[in-house]
Structure formats: C-alpha cells, structure tokens
Design a protein around this ligand. Structure first.
Ligand code: MIC
Ligand code: SF4
Length: 653
C-alpha cells in the first residue's frame, strides 16, 4: 500500500512517535511565519523561553494585519516585533510589503518542507506541495526555539479532481464546492490532499487559493502535488532551485475520498454568515450590492487582480457600489503599475488600498449598515467586516469584478456575453521580483554576543499564565453557546480591538461581546466568587476559525477553568490546553441542554481524574454528575497539570 503525499512529507519530518492517524507525533519544522496580530504574543512567549537564534531554516515575522495605525498601539507592536526579530535571526517583513501567506508563497515556500504559522491560513503554502500548518502563537514560538511541533497525526482525505474549469468559474468555486460538500467541520482531524488529472489544469496560485480556504473546513492543512506548474511558479519567483517534484504513490490509499468534476462547476457564493452556506449565484439571484472587495490571502494573486482589471478595463464601477482592491504583495502591485492594470482599476473607480489584510479582518472599509458586501476573502462570519448587520457573500474575483459593474450579484458565465464583457486571458510575467525595500534580514547573533534591546511600548502587557491543576477545580457556568462558535465570536477583532492584541487585560473586556455583552463582567464575578472561576458550555466545533490564542488567553485572564463542548476545532483546542484551560468533550451530547447558566460545577480529584478516559464533572446544586471524554494525550495532560505550555516547558528544563 503506497503513501499519500501528506504521509511522505510527515514521515520525513517525524522526530517522535509512529505515523498513523490519531497518534501523538512530533515533527521537525523547517520554516515558521508569524503575523503581527498574533505575533506580539508569540514573541513575548519566545522571549520568555530565552531561545537564542531560531532553530528553523527560516523564520519570518510579517506585519500585515494591524496596519491602520490610528493610534500609537499598532506602530509600537510593529517596533516590538522588529526588535525581537533582530535578536533571534528572524526575517522581518515591514508593513506594506504584502499579506503574509501571499509573501510566503512568493519568497520562501518550497515543496517537501514543513511550515508552522501563527495564522490559520498558513496552509496556503500547501499549494506548493509542502505541509503548512496553522497554530497558536505559543506553538510557533516553540517551533522557533526548538524546531519542533507536537501534533496528532491526521487522517488524509483525498479530493480527486477531474476535468477543467469553464470560463468564469475559478479556484474559489472549487473550494466553495468542497465546503458545500464537507461543511466547516468536515476537515477536522484531517489533511485534505488533492490529486487526479484535474490538478494539472490548476495554476499554482489557484492551488494556493484552494489550500488557503481549506482552513474553513477545519482541516489541519491542505496539500497539492508539486509538478510542472510548481516549477514554473518557483522559476517566476527566481527560486527554481527549490523545485522538487512530489506526488502521492500510485497506489496511495486515502482514509476518505471526495470526487469533483471541475468541468461541472458553476459560479458559487457562500451566503451570510458561514463559508459553508454555499449556493449557485444563479439560485441566489441578482441581489443588489453595496460593496465588492477583491484581495485577502485567498485571492490577491497577480492573476486574480489582472482578471479583475481586465473585466473592469474601460468600464465604470456602478454608482451604488464601492469597489476595494487590496493587492497581495508589493511585487504584484508593482507589476500592475508597470503593465497599466492599476490604471484600468483606478479609472474604473476602484479604491486601491495597501497590500495588507485590511477589510478582511475589519481593519477599515467596513460597509454601511445593512449592506450587501461581496468579498473574495475566506470568512463571512457575522460582524467580521466591522458592520454587525452587513450581509457578506464570499465569491470569486471574476464574480466580484463583474458584479461591481452591474451593481447586482452576477453570474459571469450567464451574463458576460450580454454585457459585452470578455474574460481576459492572463499571461503571467516571466519574472516576479520580491520588493527588497520591505524585507529586513537579521544576521544570527554569535554565541555570547550582547543582544539588541527589546523595544516595548506602553500598550504591551505581559501575557496571562495558567496555574497548576488543583485537586478540586470549581467553576460557575458563565455562558452557554451553540454550535460552530468562532474565535471571532469569542475574541472579536476589528479596527477598534486589534490594537489591543498585546494587551490581554484590556482585550478581555470584549470577550464574547457580540454574543453576550455581560460575559466579561459575569466571568470576573465568578472568578471573585466562591468557586474561584468560570466555565463555558459550547456545542459542536467550538472555536472554529482563526488561530488567535487571544480566544484562549482572554478567557484565561477572566478566570475560565474549563470549556465543555460537543467537539472542538483543532487550533483553538490546542490554544486552550497551551493556556492551561481544560477542554472537555461531552460523552453524552444530549447532556449539553441539561446544564444551565449559573450552575456550580466541580471536578473532584482533578489530579487523579486527569489520567482517566472519562472525567466526571458534578453539579453541586442538583448533585447530577456529567461524563466527559478526556481526549488529552500525555503531553497535553502535563500542560494542564502544570498550568499551560510555558509552565510545562519550564518544568522540563
Ligand atoms: C483571521 O483571518 O481570522 C486572522 C486574523 O488572520 C487570524 C489570526 C488572528 O486572529 O490574528 C487567523 O486566521 O488565524
Ligand atoms: Fe489576513 Fe484575512 Fe488572510 Fe486572515 S484571512 S491572514 S485577516 S487576509
């Protein structure tokens, strides 16, 4: 029985354990990336480990999320990250240079390598045939300091592609189709691996789009074979030497298989407020739109923006529509400037903004009240745009561009001919040149040499740390929530809150704000109350979405001791454990409805119970006991026992 590509790469990086689904393994990490909104915490944690030079082949610190700089906070964070990068041989990527995943794809990603990034869309580089995994900042800090990552070996879900895409149908429609089939929790515990004859018809950046949005499936990562298109892309980036042809064995066996005929796909959209709420544009109908945004780490490649520019050339954006373009990298923007496409966009009435995440994370360009906004981004969770009652649809660049002209959601495959719009043919330039003005290399520091100082602004506060497990853990239930709670629900992020990513005490006041504005006050009261802490009850897929460990650190700061849920999303579960908060899975899912807000729960003999397969949590009011599955592996048990990952590492040392 042959190996999948995922298995091949993981096996060559295995440093502990046996590669089989569900096994606890450790892999060697070749590359890391951080971005600024998770990076400040990651670098505070890295400094706490006193690591010396990073142990990876390359570690990059990008600044792309918090670039509005409406006060001193963002700029202070950037300066802090830059100063830490210089102390440990980390490459610093200045704000304005581009979005971390697009830049990493252009400048560093390479077939067969492993990458760990403190951002859930790190799998974008899986388009190049590497294993690229999103994780919490602390896990990435450990990977920088020790060159390793502890994980549970996932299953491998094979997606067989046949045929080729029709005009006006794009990579975005492929991943939307996969999301429609598998849902936002369909990838949990799995690596999604694409294979089959249809793969060759997809360009490298098409593959990157699909791999990027694999994060929305909850998958550990997505991987594509490395083939001639990979070589071509690396050659364009001046990195042909990094090319390595890679694919699954002919007789590879996948744990599950999904088959997609690319030729049968039509333009799709994810309707509000979930990336898996997918329908055909034809079925949704020509709804009036107010905004159209093209960009984000999912769809801001040269080809994506050239397609948009070609569609808009010589036309005007509809008077009722605001069209926003955020290019993925400075290299792409320079090419658009050089070949005239930038002018076509501007002449059509597009608002061209900085090469950064921008509107994708609510950092500006929030639409008007009740607006319909089309976005080529990857998440349309309620309120993420910064406008709570906006209706956000996720679409392809082709759809976003043609709809910006018509002013209504438009299926280009049906409407283009009638409108006289032709889909442009895009010839990729022979060479992309990285913009070196945004990149700062830091030389490794020789042993014994004095380290440059850390620059720390007044908004940067120490990160909260868990405390060792006591024998009796009590908690008042402070919140009951439903299925698919996102980290945007737990720790909202927009232009108002992102400046406080390095100030958890302040940020914590807004924890769960959009779901229950009294949450933080109640949790603080529970922390000061007789049980000394609080508990959260969730449904399925609790904590889906981003990698932000703030969704664990803020609850930790507010005294949350454990989270009870039907199931957890991978990165958030790890972040909870890293913070010393116990994630427990209902043994009997129906029990979720029996627990009420205000119930006083207790885990008796917690130090003993932590080794059991089933953990009993007792309601001290009614005397009823509930059973929870203990899914912790041995390493995770230690982290809970010592009060989080940093404490556990300190104990090992
Ligand atoms: C996101 O897309 O939600 C983010 C912002 O990039 C996050 C990281 C963060 O919250 O800082 C992610 O996807 O991990
Ligand atoms: Fe940035 Fe949006 Fe991509 Fe997150 S999803 S990294 S906010 S562009």
């Amino acid at each position: 029985m042959g190996d999948t590509l995922a298995a091949k790469i993981l096996k060559t990086h295995l440093t502990r354990g046996r590669y089989a689904p569900g096994e606890a393994i450790t892999i060697r990490i070749d590359q890391t990336l951080t971005q600024d909104s998770t990076g400040t915490m990651a670098y505070l944690q890295l400094e706490a480990m006193d690591p010396g030079n990073v142990r990876t082949e390359c570690s990059v610190a990008y600044v792309d999320h918090n670039t509005l700089q409406t006060g001193f906070e963002n700029a202070d964070d950037h300066a802090f990250i830059k100063s830490v990068a210089a102390r440990h041989g980390i490459i610093f990527q200045k704000p304005g240079g581009g979005i971390c995943h697009q830049l990493h794809l252009e400048q560093y990603g390479a077939p067969g390598k492993t990458l760990l990034g403190s951002d859930s869309h790190t799998p974008t580089c899986g388009g190049l045939g590497m294993i690229a995994i999103g994780a919490g900042g602390l896990d990435v800090a450990v990977a920088m300091a020790q060159g390793r990552y502890d994980m549970t070996a996932p299953k491998v879900l094979g997606v067989e592609l046949r045929g080729a895409l029709s005009p006006w149908v794009s990579a975005k429609d492929v991943i939307l189709k996969v999301l429609q089939e598998l849902t936002v929790k369909g990838g949990v515990g799995k690596i999604v691996e694409y294979y089959g004859p249809g793969v060759a018809s997809l360009s490298l950046t098409d593959r990157a789009t699909i791999a990027n949005m694999g994060a929305e499936l909850g998958a550990t990562t997505t991987v594509f074979p490395s083939d001639e298109n990979t070589r071509l892309y690396l050659a364009q980036q001046g990195r042909e030497g990094d090319y390595l042809p890679l694919s699954a064995d002919e007789d590879a066996v996948y744990d599950e298989i999904l088959r997609i005929d690319l030729s049968a796909l039509v333009p799709l959209a994810a309707k509000p407020h979930s990336p898996d709420n997918v329908d055909t544009i034809r079925a949704i109908g020509p709804i009036k739109i107010d905004q159209s945004c093209i960009g984000s780490c999912t769809n801001s490649s040269y080809t994506d923006l050239m397609k948009a520019a070609g569609i808009l050339k010589g036309r005007k954006v509809h008077p009722d529509v605001s069209l926003v373009i955020s290019p993925g990298s400075a290299a792409i923007l320079s090419l658009l400037a050089e070949n005239g496409a930038l002018r076509d966009l501007i002449d059509a009435g597009a608002r061209v903004i900085e090469c950064a995440c921008g509107p994708c994370i609510g950092m500006g360009q929030s639409p008007k009240s009740g607006a319909v906004s089309l976005r080529t981004f990857n998440r349309n969770f309620k309120g993420r745009s910064g406008t709570n009652d906006a209706e956000v649809y996720i679409v392809s660049p082709e759809t976003a561009a043609i709809s910006a002209i018509t002013g209504v959601l438009t299926d280009g495959s049906a409407a283009a001919a009638g409108l006289g719009v032709e889909l442009p043919k895009i010839a990729s330039p022979e060479r992309f040149f990285p913009n070196e003005s945004f990149r700062i290399f830091s030389a490794p520091i020789p042993p014994g040499a004095e380290l440059p100082p850390v620059e720390m602004g007044p908004n940067i506060k120490p990160f909260p740390q868990g405390h060792a497990l006591e024998d009796k853990v009590g908690a008042e239930v402070v919140l009951i929530c439903g299925d698919n709670i996102t980290t945007d629900d737990i720790m909202p992020s927009d232009s108002r809150l992102l400046p406080y990513r390095s100030n958890v005490p302040h940020l914590a006041n807004y924890c769960f704000e959009k779901i229950d504005s009294q949450f933080a006050a109640r949790a603080k009261a529970a922390q000061a109350g007789p049980l000394g802490g609080g508990a959260i009850v969730g449904g399925d897929n609790y904590g889906q979405g981003s990698s932000r460990e703030h969704a664990a650190l803020a609850p930790l700061y507010l005294g949350i001791r454990f989270v009870l849920a039907k199931s957890f999303a991978r990165i958030h579960r790890a972040n909870l454990i890293n913070s010393g908060i116990l994630p427990l899975v209902f043994d009997e899912p129906a029990d979720v409805s029996k627990i009420k807000q205000g119930d006083a729960l207790v885990i008796e003999h917690a130090k003993e119970q932590i080794d059991n397969e089933i953990i009993i949590v007792k309601d001290t009011g009614s005397g009823v006991s509930y059973k929870f599955v203990n899914s912790l592996n041995e390493t995770e048990k230690k982290m809970i026992a010592f009060g989080g990952k940093i404490n556990s590492i300190r104990h090992e040392a």
